[in-house]
Design a protein around this ligand. Structure first.
Ligand SMILES: Nc1nc2c(ncn2[C@@H]2O[C@H](COP(=O)(O)OP(=O)(O)OP(=O)(O)O)[C@@H](O)[C@H]2O)c(=O)[nH]1
Ligand SMILES: Nc1nc2c(ncn2[C@@H]2O[C@H](COP(=O)(O)OP(=O)(O)OP(=O)(O)O)[C@@H](O)[C@H]2O)c(=O)[nH]1
Ligand SMILES: [Mg+2]
Ligand SMILES: [Mg+2]
Lengths: 275, 292
């Protein structure tokens, strides 16, 4: 970075650019730099110290990722998010992950709208060897979710993961459809889903905040999945989301294959941001 | 409202009948915030600000316009010029079959765009399109393209899981042998630093020589849009850009970053999931959106 020296305005500007390049918002970047300025107290600091303070400041904005525990039998996970974020692929990876842990998993083809959506989840279900509940294309997504829960319960399975169609959070009628799906699911049990995960594409810019706000208004978000971090994007746009709603990042997608899913580690992520 | 914000700045610098270093700089600080919050790349923003600064200082303030209004006009016009000035579709002329190759990151909207563009060109230019399924990686990608083709009455050439380069060549032959004057190749999403997959695209391009190569990008892409577009362009020399999911509320600053770094024209925008949701790209509309 900059060796050893005082935190001049030029240094601050260079650091700010590095933060912006990671899709960290101007507001969060200022917050980080303000905290660092206070700690530096005008003294000379070296780059190692600077990075450590920046990492600490950033880490404090993100809730710690909880240890996963099943909250019911079946433990129901609802995957939501905008179009193309990586929901269906993440379900394949998650099903594989839980199965490898010795849990029994079922997936539900809740995207009854998009061309090839059911076929795509079916391919994943076959590959991972888990049960799948699906209706025909164009069927009511809420009824797929409802039937899937009944089936998972009847078969005494551990995990049910429900796929939903991609939808933009500013589309009122699509958000209503999601609200209805949750309402219908809750006819089985008011606490459902046990876990609602918002899937966000790691390349997303500041719109991530709007996505979080929009979806959280429909169903309380329990965690985030940030995908495509095997690319060059750093995913910094989710930090304000974590901070504002207190939502932890639970999973990170790092590729298109079965194993390309890692449990989020806040320290490792923050280190990666500033290297 | 941007013009209100800028008016506020100029009110504080009273009696200004000309744009000076001071009032322009303060305005540009405000513009920087606007552009960055709209996801315009920070380097692109810096270059733009410097370019505008030169144009603005000393710019005549017409008696009917306030300095703030002049500034807004300079910024607006510079952005529109940067985005290509005016809307312009490609000509799609040349000896048939006219070939279009879709490329881009995972999930950007390529497959959907294949259907949209085929429908658009059949409707507006009486083309007889063929879709070619070169994505052999994504589960049910071929199913997806076939379903789209079926719903539009547009044939899809596929060989199931095979070699995308071979599939493109055979797709081209099939088009010629069956009277299709337009071929659109769908390809798998890929990372710009995935050398093997970028090589695959190079080989497809070498083999069928598509006249149009569209880089399909998501309107909500953040800072990395610059690096992704630059690499795709440096390696594959695309001829145009399609910006998708513009029916969302992302401001779409990625458009500016992509156009600025590659110089390639943004041709279309995707405005929904249905096959008719494709519009020609209008620079001035995009600028209003970016400026919020
Ligand atoms: N490189 C990379 N690609 C990913 C990752 N996760 C998903 N993808 C790819 O992103 C594309 C979209 O993934 P999908 O799972 O279809 O996304 P989706 O959210 O279900 O999309 P819709 O249902 O259409 O809204 C596919 O090509 C996936 O292979 C990831 O972590 N890394
Ligand atoms: N709202 C909206 N959704 C779109 C638009 N274009 C594509 N989509 C949706 O975005 C998602 C991804 O589209 P695809 O066409 O599968 O994207 P892709 O680039 O082919 O994805 P990969 O092949 O996995 O790289 C799907 O849910 C589409 O319906 C658009 O302009 N607006
Ligand atoms: Mg999906
Ligand atoms: Mg595709």
């Amino acid at each position: 970075a900059f060796g050893k020296g005082k935190l001049t305005e030029q240094v601050i500007e260079n650091i700010e650019e590095k933060l912006l390049a990671a899709d960290i918002s101007m507001e969060v970047a200022s917050h980080i730099m303000d905290e660092v300025r206070v700690k530096a107290k005008g003294e000379e600091i070296d780059s190692m110290q600077l990075l450590a303070w920046m990492a600490e400041s950033t880490r404090n904005l993100m809730p710690v990722t909880p240890v996963w525990t099943a909250k019911g039998k079946p433990h129901v996970i609802l995957m939501i998010g905008v179009n193309g974020a990586g929901k269906t692929t993440t379900i394949g990876k998650l099903a594989h992950h839980y199965k490898a842990k010795g849990l029994s998993v079922m997936v539900a083809a809740g995207d009854t709208f998009r061309a090839g959506a059911i076929a795509q989840l079916e391919k994943w279900a076959q590959r991972v060897e888990v049960d799948i509940i699906k209706h025909q294309e164009g069927a009511d997504a809420a009824s797929v979710a409802f039937d899937a829960y009944a089936a998972a319960k009847a078969r005494n399975l551990d995990i049910l993961i429900i796929d939903t169609a991609g939808r933009l959070h500013n589309k009122g009628h699509l958000m209503e459809e999601l609200r209805k799906l949750v309402r219908v699911l809750r006819k089985h049990d008011e606490v459902l889903p046990h876990e609602c995960l918002l899937v966000v594409d790691g390349n997303t810019g500041q719109n991530a905040i709007q996505q979080g706000q929009g979806f959280n208004a429909i169903v309380k978000l329990d965690g985030l999945v940030v995908t495509k971090l095997d690319g060059t994007a750093k995913g910094g746009s989710i930090i304000p989301l974590c901070r504002e709603f207190g939502i932890p990042v639970c999973w990170v997608g790092v590729g298109e294959d079965l194993d390309d899913l890692i449990r989020f580690d806040r320290d490792e992520y923050v280190q990666g941001l500033f290297l | 409202q941007l013009s209100d914000k800028l008016e506020g700045i100029f009110k504080r610098l009273r009696g200004q009948s000309q744009l000076t270093e001071e009032n322009v700089s303060e305005t540009l600080r405000e513009i920087r915030v606007v552009l960055l919050s709209a996801d315009v790349n920070f380097k692109t923003t810096k270059e733009f600000i410097n370019a505008v600064k030169e144009k603005a200082i000393g710019a005549e303030v017409l008696t009917s316009l306030s300095p703030g209004q002049v500034m807004v006009k300079v910024i607006h016009d510079e952005l529109v010029a940067l985005l290509g000035g005016q809307a312009e579709e490609p000509a799609f002329q040349g000896s048939p079959p006219f070939q279009i190759l879709m490329m881009g990151l995972q999930g950007s909207g390529k497959t959907t765009a294949c259907g949209k563009l085929a429908l658009h060109l059949r409707n507006t230019r009486k083309k007889n399109p063929l879709l070619v399924a070169c994505d052999v990686y994504r589960p049910a990608a071929i199913d997806q393209l076939k379903t789209i083709g079926k719903s539009l009455g547009i044939p899809v050439y596929d060989e199931g899981l095979g070699d995308p380069v071979k599939i493109s060549e055979n797709g081209r032959k099939f088009a010629r042998d069956n009277g299709h004057d337009l071929v659109i190749y769908d390809t798998a999403g890929r990372l710009q630093m995935d050398d093997e997959l970028m090589r695959e695209l190079e080989r497809i391009i070498e083999s069928v020589k598509p006249q149009e190569k569209f880089f399909v990008a998501d309107a909500m892409t953040g800072q990395e849009a610059v690096n992704v577009a630059k690499t795709f362009n440096d390696r594959l020399d695309f001829t145009g850009v399609i910006l998708t999911k513009m029916d969302g509320d992302a401001r779409g600053g990625a458009a500016l970053s992509i156009k600025s770094i590659t110089g390639k024209p943004i041709r279309y925008v995707g405005t929904g999931e249905k096959p008719d949701a494709l519009e020609v790209f209008y620079p001035d509309r995009m600028v209003s959106r970016i400026l919020g």
